[in-house]
Design a protein around this ligand. Structure first.
Ligand code: UTP
Length: 303
């Protein structure tokens, strides 16, 4: 068992987090048939693809380089983050400057994106390892693109702040009801109530009644580059996949891990109900949509 407390002191104020990795090579089997030809990351929450919401979060946190680990049938994600000359030209000719400005504002700058392929979906750990050459020898952010974090401040911004103060590795967490901990990756921490606390244990889907806390791993990480060497030699774990959690457990033997608590709502857009709930929540933030949608939902619920 990993003894997290043996991990060496962090190098506080270590290098800034400039790069973010977005693993988008999964098959999205929970969302079939919608994801047969369309990547689940391109399904829209209101009028923006899920992946755009997550890239927005990373940009708001100051990320400068966006690394996408893609797979078969995912080319449309690369197109989405590219300029579309014909479309931009047509919008300009038609005087639709508001729409054009909005499109251009969403575009990452030249040289700010990289795309690499995970040829076979061998698991999240393997997808992260595929980004090793592009990330290089520096700490980086990892955002699971199907997990939307909806709250007052961008989750990753809070984590980068915590990394600046503590160094080391960071995982975003949020509480779940005690009777649901067996469905999640769970961490034990020194102080369950603190915004940032040192992690003392980590377990994937603990059997009922054995979870070290009710704090689940929400899909946002800051990892030190040492994770790549551990992923490289890793055997397949649960489900026959190369698991990120196994490599993090290994890294935690020598390096500190911290949990940053996220206080907003989290929507798993890889599940149908999570995706539908995200659409309602994000639509309610929109003054142009919320009043009409509220009326429609009330009618549906009353019928
Ligand atoms: P998930 O397990 O939620 O994605 O992985 P999935 O495999 O696409 O979904 P289901 O269970 O079949 O419906 C979390 C994230 O990791 C990526 C996925 O694209 C998703 O964003 N991933 C997962 C990879 O990039 N490669 C993999 O081999 C596995």
């Amino acid at each position: 068992m990993t003894d997290f407390t043996n991990a060496k002191n962090p190098d506080v104020g270590s290098r800034p987090i400039r790069k973010a990795v977005f693993p988008v090579a999964g098959l999205g089997t929970r969302f079939l048939p919608a994801t047969k030809a369309m990547p689940k990351e391109m399904l829209t929450v209101v009028d923006r693809p899920v992946i755009q919401h997550v890239v927005d979060e990373a940009r708001a946190a100051g990320i400068e380089h966006f690394v996408f680990v893609t797979g078969r049938n995912k080319g449309v994600i690369e197109d989405h983050f590219d300029s579309q000359f014909e479309l931009e030209h047509t919008l300009k000719n038609r005087g639709k400057m508001k729409e054009l400005d909005a499109l251009l504002a969403d575009l990452p700058g030249p040289g700010q994106t990289s795309f690499t392929r995970q040829q076979a979906p061998l698991g999240l750990g393997h997808a992260v390892w595929c980004a090793r050459e592009i990330v290089g020898d520096e700490p980086f952010a990892l955002l699971l693109p199907d997990m939307l974090h909806h709250g007052p401040t961008p989750c990753l911004a809070d984590m980068i702040e915590a990394h600046r103060a503590h160094g080391g590795n960071h995982i975003a967490v949020a509480p779940v009801p005690d009777d649901q901990t067996h469905q999640y990756g769970i961490v034990g921490v020194e102080d369950v109530k603190a915004k940032v606390s040192r992690i003392t244990s980590m377990v994937e889907k603990p059997p009922k009644g054995t979870a070290p806390s009710n704090l689940h791993i929400t899909g946002r990480y800051i990892l030190e580059p040492g994770i790549f060497a551990l992923l490289e030699k890793q055997e397949r774990g649960a489900g026959g996949e190369i698991q990120l959690t196994d490599a993090m457990l290994e890294l935690a033997k020598s390096r500190p891990f911290f949990a940053t608590r996220f206080d907003g709502a989290i929507y798993d857009c890889g599940s149908k109900t999570g995706f539908l709930a995200a659409n309602v929540a994000y639509a309610m933030d929109r003054p142009d949509i919320a009043p009409i949608l509220r009326e429609d939902i009330q009618k549906i619920l009353a019928s």
